[in-house]
Design a protein around this ligand. Structure first.
Ligand SMILES: C[S@@+](CC[C@H](N)C(=O)[O-])C[C@H]1O[C@@H](n2cnc3c(N)ncnc32)[C@H](O)[C@@H]1O
Length: 237
């Protein structure tokens, strides 16, 4: 488990919450820059995969400033976005404006207030890597999904080709923390984002974790030279 500041004793959950509250005001700007604007395309793929079975009730977990949730809402689909960092949600609520088919709620993804078997699709964009207890979070998502329905996860990965890996590590270890320092005045947060991305299981390893958590029909899409993956998995019937 990678924490933003390994020298501090407070829990990963507290550190992550404080970190995202701290960088919230610059999150979208840096996100666009560090993903070279590819984040929009990745979220649109999450949207398309989610809409395959014509879902009615969608939850976007670790919604942050709400971009995935807004993809659904802007197309008239009902969605709730949850996050445990209130300042990220404040920005999500600002972006939402007067759109009525979207709600944002302060919730801990590892212990949500929703009833069992509530949602037709759950999405998580760059969120599971930040959970304090990954298996608890995945079990909680499975609990609130209806049987047979899908979890779609967008998450960082490490490219497998050596040459691309070299460029990737230079970019994530050097450029991203510098961007974080200059734009959000928080080099530590963006160092954590790079380190956690390097150590977080991806590809077949993450597929095994999803299987262990009880999901089935797991598929992986490798995107943008392998720097991010999209996993889709179903809760058994
Ligand atoms: C990298 S941001 C991703 C935001 C958004 N999904 C996106 O695609 O831009 C990660 C988000 O996960 C949230 N998060 C981390 N752990 C969480 C938890 N246990 N419960 C709810 N949200 C959590 C953070 O507050 C943060 O907003």
């Amino acid at each position: 488990m990678t924490k933003p500041d390994e020298t501090k004793t407070d829990s990963k959950k507290i550190q992550i919450k404080n970190m995202f509250n701290d960088i919230s005001f610059k999150y979208d700007e840096i996100n666009k820059m560090m993903t070279l604007n590819m984040d929009k395309n990745w979220r649109n793929i999450v949207y398309s995969l989610s809409m395959k079975d014509n879902p009615n009730k969608i939850i976007d977990i670790a919604t942050g400033t709400g971009d995935i949730a807004l993809c659904f809402a802007n197309k008239g689909v009902n969605v709730v976005g949850v996050d445990n960092a209130s300042m990220m949600l404040d920005l999500a609520n600002k972006k939402k404006g007067s759109i009525s088919n979207i709600k944002f709620k302060l919730e801990d993804a590892e212990n949500m207030s929703f009833e069992d078997n509530t949602f037709d699709v759950a999405t998580v964009g760059f969120g599971v890597r930040n959970f304090e207890n990954l298996s608890k979070g995945l079990n909680e998502i499975k609990r609130i999904l209806k049987p047979g329905k899908k979890l779609i996860i967008l998450e960082t990965a490490v490219p497998s080709f050596f040459i691309i890996q070299v460029g990737y590590f230079l970019y994530t270890k050097l450029i991203i923390p510098i961007l974080g320092k200059i734009i959000a005045n928080n080099q530590q947060a963006y160092k954590y984002l790079s380190t956690s991305a390097k150590h977080f299981p991806h590809g077949e390893e993450f597929k095994l974790i999803l299987e262990k958590a009880g999901f089935e029909n797991i598929e992986i899409k490798y995107l943008s030279l392998g720097v991010v993956n999209i996993y889709s998995a179903s809760k058994p019937l």
